[in-house]
Design a protein around this ligand. Structure first.
Ligand code: BG6
Length: 454
């Protein structure tokens, strides 16, 4: 659509805006995209924070960029905003909440009230974390729906903007060869890992009140899980796709307190409390095992893990197929490795299928593991950053890669029993920086004869 669009970035001087949004917008402008973006208002308190961004910015970006002094708690700020909006008749207004989560409610209510005086088409973009638990997420949804229609709301999960994640959908539903094996009869288990080398540099305040379960599992990892486990949608269209993802989340088995203690590992890297400056029991690592109670996935474990200050940055989804049946397990005494289909989301953008082979000897020779790889960058050329894809979709009005209200709540339904159970036990295991996490994370998967794939 060619209607002129104006961005209002609340938190416009903050870390997210400076590190992700402005570079993404600039990259798109350089590629000649965003032709209908007529203005970006960066709303924030301190202009100085933008100095570096502006010093490095392209002239095209600078031309449409304007800082507006804005304090969320100050009435005069809203008056100024209202005046700015009154000069924009006929333009589409996009309000992007790049704010700390504790400010979301206030921003939604105040913006909602302000916009009642205007008839401009509008969109509201909201970053994660969407609520801090099930009840706060419900409250936030309630407020959003009071002032905006679901069609106007874009809940961001930036993992959905990543091309390898989108390719899980394409892999499954545009390659019929996988459908026959994509179930409990052929798949032994699934692993989803988001390992990070970095700690919580510069974000201690946010991170310490949230922890790894809310920061990564409730959103990013469950979104990847939904793409892997969903049924084919009846049509390839936004709401049908979201419906199928919601069904997966609703079929995830909720954990009892006993299951939480057996199936969920929480841990913290050794130097964390020192970094925070007080004794904290916030987890910087989580590993868990989930089950989906439906026909396709009954009894297939889904292992999820994420953590900070680990050995390497790696984001992977791995589908591990079953072992070959009994009689064939022993080729000259060695069992063929299980086939694996890996979606590498970081550091590379790759799909990989492991295939066993034998060297030119005898049929009974010990099979060797080989692999077939599809490098998405090599195949597709340059891959846009997650935020480029998402900003483009926001402007064009495609909500497929955004999270629906009921979907967010369904994800919290899974996480809430874990949070409740953790309320009872404050103990936390520690792990050494630069490793693959605590001993219990290995125990969680190895007790069933499996192993983490890195
Ligand atoms: C964010 C989390 O949503 O995702 C961060 O808040 C995390 O803690 C980041 O580091 C990881 O994203 P990416 O794209 O760098 O893998």
């Amino acid at each position: 659509m060619d209607r002129p669009v104006v961005f209002f970035i609340l938190g416009g001087t903050g870390d997210l805006a400076r590190r992700k949004l402005y570079p993404a917008i600039q990259s798109m402008l350089r590629k000649g995209k965003l032709k209908n973006l007529s203005k970006i208002f960066a709303l924030g308190r301190k202009r100085e924070k933008l100095e570096e961004t502006l010093a490095k910015a392209d002239p095209v970006f600078k031309r449409i960029f304007e800082f507006v002094e804005f304090d969320l708690t100050d009435r005069k700020s809203y008056k100024r905003l209202s005046e700015a909006v009154s000069t924009l008749s006929g333009k589409e207004l996009i309000f992007y909440l790049a704010l700390p989560p504790q400010l979301f409610e206030q921003a939604v209510v105040n913006l909602g009230a302000l916009l009642r005086d205007f008839t401009n088409p509008r969109k509201l973009v909201i970053e994660k974390p969407f609520g801090l638990d099930l009840s706060s997420a419900k409250k936030l949804n309630f407020l959003l729906e009071k002032y905006f229609s679901e069609e106007e709301i874009y809940r961001i999960d930036h993992f959905l903007g990543k091309v390898p994640v989108q390719n899980i959908f394409a892999l499954r539903f545009s390659n019929y060869i996988f459908e026959g094996v994509w179930n409990k009869n052929f798949i032994d288990h699934i692993q989803i890992s988001a390992l990070e080398e970095e700690g919580v540099e510069g974000r201690v305040g946010y991170y310490d009140s949230v922890g790894a379960l809310r920061d990564m599992v409730q959103n990013h990892l469950l979104q990847i899980l939904s793409f892997i486990a969903m049924e084919p949608p009846s049509v390839v269209e936004t709401e049908s796709i979201r419906d199928e993802k919601v069904k997966v989340l609703k079929s995830l088995r909720k954990l009892s307190p006993e299951e939480v203690s057996r199936q969920v590992v929480k841990a913290q890297y050794e130097g964390y409390s020192q970094e925070v400056g007080r004794v904290s029991n916030t987890e910087t690592f989580v590993a868990l095992k989930l089950y989906i109670d439906n026909f396709r996935w009954q009894d297939v474990p889904f292992y999820l893990r994420t953590g900070k200050r680990l050995k390497e940055k790696k984001t992977l989804a791995v589908v591990v197929f079953k072992k070959v049946p009994g009689n064939f397990r022993s080729f000259l005494g060695c069992a063929p490795p299980q086939n694996m289909l890996t979606v590498e989301i970081a550091p590379g953008n790759r799909l990989k299928l492991s295939i066993n082979m034998i060297s030119p000897q005898k049929l009974e020779a010990c099979p060797l593991e080989g692999s077939m790889e599809l490098d998405l960058v090599r195949e597709l050329g340059e891959i846009p950053s997650a935020y480029e894809t998402l900003i483009e979709d926001i402007i064009s009005g495609d909500r497929t890669l955004f999270v629906r209200g009921d979907e967010v709540e369904a994800a919290w339904e899974i996480v809430q029993p874990i949070l409740d159970s953790w309320e009872e036990t404050k103990d936390i295991e520690t792990y050494k920086e630069g490793t693959y996490g605590p001993e219990s994370a290995f125990e969680l998967i190895e007790r069933n004869g499996r192993r983490w794939v890195n």
